[in-house]
Design a binder for this molecule. Sequence first.
Ligand code: ZN
Ligand code: MN
Length: 488
Amino acid sequence: MAELEYKIIVGLEIHVHLATRTKMFCGCELAYGDMANTHVCPVCLGMPGTLPVMNKQALEFSILTGLALNCQIASFTKWDRKSYYYPDLPKNYQISQYDLPFSEHGYIEIPTEDGGTKKIRILRAHLEEDAGKNIHTLGNFSAVDLNRAGTPLLEIVTEPDMNSPDEVGALARELQRIVRFLGVSEADMQKGHMRFEPNVNLHITRNGEVFKTPISEVKNLNSFRAIERSIAYEVARQLHEFKETGKTLQMGNKSTYGWDDDKQMTVLQREKEEAHDYRYFPDPDLVPVEIDDAWLGEIKARLCELPIQMQQRFTKDYGLSDYDASVLTADRATAEFFNATVKQGADAKRVCNLLTQTGLKLANEKGTTVDQLGITPENLAKLAQMANAGDVSATAATAIFEEMAAAAGNPMQIAEAKNLIQKSDAGEIEALVDAVLAENTEAVQDAKTNPKKAKKAIGFLMGQVIQKSKGRANPKIVSQLMNQKLTS
Ligand code: ZN
Ligand code: MN
């Protein structure tokens, strides 16, 4: 059979843990990795007669994220109960938002390969609570840990606007960068702070007619690799299934799949699932929330420049490569530290190199961020200026950066104390050049008259001068003087 023409269609449901101090509807602290059931209270244990109270910080974090995703924020929003009969949420329902979510109709811009962006529409974002964890690995029984039950969970639903595994991966990474910039989530994938559920199907064209394959929902993906690979796998599987069976999408039908990371394949969990009837109804224990203009204005004031906008600004204004700009904007601390340093008048490209090649490595080794290395933007700007002026070599600049991080201090003082100032005094260097030329007549002869050996001979002579200066002669000036003398 000839290869079929097809388009990949993917929408995403994303759950993000918010980095509040306490849970969504009670005062229990959020804690990862603590002993099971040590962060629980009558409210999150679902005891009868207890009353939930909304965590205001969680709602503000959610609204801030909604604004960053260009969503419309509702002035009136409410809480609903969604039936949930599993031991990891002992109330027997999840508090969520049904028909009146706090935000709708936004979009997120994701980077594309050509350095541009693509808009992916956001259908809605609402706030709910997470369940605990059922544990089946202790023996011939199951246990439940309710430390996580009641964690504020922001659910974001996109329109099916993504058309490749790469685009879905790009959206996941962009969203991670946004919530980290906003400080609303640590977004640590390994800790389950972000979970992704792609809905995947294909629009296949055959003989001028378009066939839609049944939609697969892949549950609970918590790594970028799993997202990209599971979608690629589904594309191949659905294409194969269509060729074999010709099966197409029936209204409302959706099958649920899990991702087996060991076998690198999706595994069918539930077939032909009908639209659920969760028996949503307004939670009588919680008052609706009114968000007035004054409150919304306060939250809006906390918005920062978004990472993708910063990345584009860095390439446009400073001529950085898209790659360098993406490295600098991977986290807010680095991006703002770079910004602050360049504002001191330093050359952006030089600062970028110092930060990405030395700063991030050091920060990584120390488990911190570049702004916490003990170096001020002023001193980094000075170092960049020294390197650009040729006062210190690139190698010396790295050494000075490391010394500044280890013991603080002014880059010029460090350079002087460590004898790292390059000699740029032409008279002083000329004396060294003359001495070297006098001592190496054979190389001088080669450089002047033997085109085959000239390059090597000049390199040798340059090296001799640098060595005589104990590595401190400015190579640019050595080269200039050497050329003058060899061609005269
Ligand atoms: Zn609690
Ligand atoms: Mn949900």
